[in-house]
Design a protein around this ligand. Structure first.
Ligand SMILES: [Zn+2]
Length: 345
């Protein structure tokens, strides 16, 4: 059988995807993992306020400091936001929400059906704090078997199959249970050939350590993407160097325009201009085929319903910026060919 993309509604040919984002969360709960209110009386008070126009600037700056911001909990809102993506010419979204941060296979299938956007669902386990309890006692082999089952039979007691592994979460330093989960994901990748996405810890040495662990269990690095490279590695040159190991770097926080990165304030987060400079460095190094771009929307303030840029920013505004930079010939590669090549197996 030729390579197909495994969507929540079944397999489709890779060339059916169209413009694709390889990393957006449609429904997810992250407050139990990431909520970090600013430790002042005002910060604690604002942290429990709903996201609104009145708190808009605060939420934009302290996006893990407001509990409500970390809850994408409305299927109606998600459906409307994905419909906007469709109307802007979007064809497919890979959603790396895992079991532990409220993955909902049936809801993803309903959103896909309602909007006509292909949705590809993830498998595996995110960072330590989100792990389901059974992971503690499980062996690497048992975790790998569960991931393979999600990919081949269906997830969470539904017939909806995952189409890739990820995002597999690692902290810095990596915990023992995260290492077990990462190695299990690598084994499941080797067993199936599925695409793999890893969320690295917030340290410049994290991606290389992940590559070593995956290599040790025989995972195919060319099927692997390291997420969030622009907040993890200090320069475009360091991301080029990572890509030379054979993995696909994701530059996947497009739309996030705040330099302040509340989860790791030592990081000076690039804006979209800085992200395009990274993409250009990869293109110039002959690594354009490995380059993946996305937005990693997992907060309310980035949805249009809350004054944000929406899922459509990637496919509507970023091509305009690429054209203006004289890189118009890379648009189809970055938004159509590369996502399809990574997602097909
Ligand atoms: Zn993500």
């Amino acid at each position: 059988m030729a390579d197909h993309v495994r969507t929540v509604l079944g397999p489709v040919a890779p060339d059916a995807l169209g413009r694709t984002s390889i990393h957006e969360h449609l429904l997810t709960l992250l407050d139990h993992v990431a909520y970090t209110p600013v430790e002042t009386p005002e910060g604690r008070e604002l942290g429990e306020q709903p996201v609104s126009l009145a708190t808009r600037w605060y939420v934009r700056q302290q996006w893990v400091g407001v509990r409500d911001n970390l809850r994408l909990d409305s299927e109606a809102v998600a459906t409307a936001e994905v419909a906007r993506f469709r109307a802007a010419g979007g064809g497919a979204i890979a959603d790396p929400t895992t079991d532990g941060i409220a993955r909902d296979p049936a809801a993803l299938a309903r959103i896909s059906r309602a909007t006509g956007v292909h949705v590809v669902m993830g498998a595996g386990y995110y960072v330590h704090r989100s792990h389901p309890e059974w992971l503690e006692a499980a062996s690497e082999e048992e975790i790998a078997e569960r991931i393979v089952r999600d990919l081949q039979e269906g997830a969470a007691g539904t017939p909806v199959r995952a189409g890739f592994i990820g995002e597999v979460g690692c902290s810095w330093p990596m915990t023992d249970r995260e290492r077990k989960s990462l190695r299990a994901a690598g084994r499941a990748q080797r067993a199936t050939g599925a695409p793999l996405m890893v969320h690295p810890g917030r340290h410049p040495d994290a991606p290389a350590e992940i590559v070593r662990e995956l290599d040790a269990v025989g995972a195919d690095l060319s099927r692997t993407t390291i997420a969030h490279t622009e907040r993890t590695l200090p320069s475009p040159a360091a991301i080029v160097e990572l890509a030379r190991t054979g993995v696909r770097p994701s530059i996947d926080c497009f739309g996030l325009e705040t330099a302040y990165y509340p989860l790791a304030p030592f990081v000076r987060m690039p804006n979209d201009g800085g992200r395009l400079a990274i993409v250009e460095a990869l293109l110039d190094a002959g690594l354009g085929e490995r380059t993946l771009i996305a937005q990693d929307i997992c907060q309310k303030h980035r949805l249009t319903a809350y004054g944000g840029h929406g899922y459509d920013h990637l496919i509507r505004d970023i091509p305009v910026m690429l054209e203006a930079a004289g890189r118009g010939d890379a648009v189809e590669q970055l938004l159509v060919a590369n996502p399809a090549a990574w997602l097909a197996w």
